[in-house]
Design a protein around this ligand. Structure first.
Ligand code: UDP
Ligand code: MG
Length: 153
């Protein structure tokens, strides 16, 4: 099974949507491996958004990620990285399809509710960026056979 990092962005905390977004991942069948509230630091965001540092919106993006604390979570499941990206929808909330998280809750390119890791390499780095090893939990999901065929996990 894969682990992926999700950040419920400060806009989500501000709008009181934490529970609603978390419950979408739970209902899908993803397993919560870690979760905490954090005020992201400029250092963390410089690393996390390094691929965007030349963009004109880099500073405003970082500022928006620090307007309040965020909720960082690690979700686990078969193909969890792609499953969560698909659930998140396209980056621009105005273009994201209804039924996706961004399509249902966002009308903005920037204030788009969640960050989700985009590939196995970035997921591994991002989980380590925001969690210590002892903050990631492995526990037996009692109903695994109700979520997957036995040869799927
Ligand atoms: N972003 C933005 N304007 C853009 C592109 C990205 O404000 O034109 C913001 C948006 O909040 C996005 C984040 O920068 O979630 C990271 O961009 P990325 O291209 O990694 O998109 P994501 O992986 O979040 O879909
Ligand atoms: Mg990205």
């Amino acid at each position: 099974m894969e682990k992926t990092l999700v950040i419920l962005k400060p806009c989500t905390v501000q709008r009181g949507l934490i529970g609603e977004i978390i419950s979408r991942f739970e209902r899908k069948g993803l397993i919560l491996a870690g979760m905490k509230m954090m005020w992201l630091t400029d250092e963390m965001l410089n690393e996390h958004y390094a691929h965007l540092r030349e963009k004109p919106f880099f500073q405003r993006l970082k500022d928006s990620m620090r307007i309040s604390p965020a909720i960082v979570c690690c979700w686990e499941g078969v193909d969890a990285i792609q499953v969560v990206r698909t659930m998140a929808g396209s980056t621009n909330g105005r273009a994201a399809l209804p039924g996706t998280i961004r399509g249902d809750y966002s009308i903005s390119f920037q204030e788009n509710i969640v960050h989700a890791s985009d590939a196995p390499e970035t997921a591994a780095i991002e989980v380590k960026r925001f969690f210590n090893e002892n903050e990631i939990y492995t526990y037996p999901p009692a109903l695994l056979s109700s979520f997957y065929a036995t040869d799927e996990f």
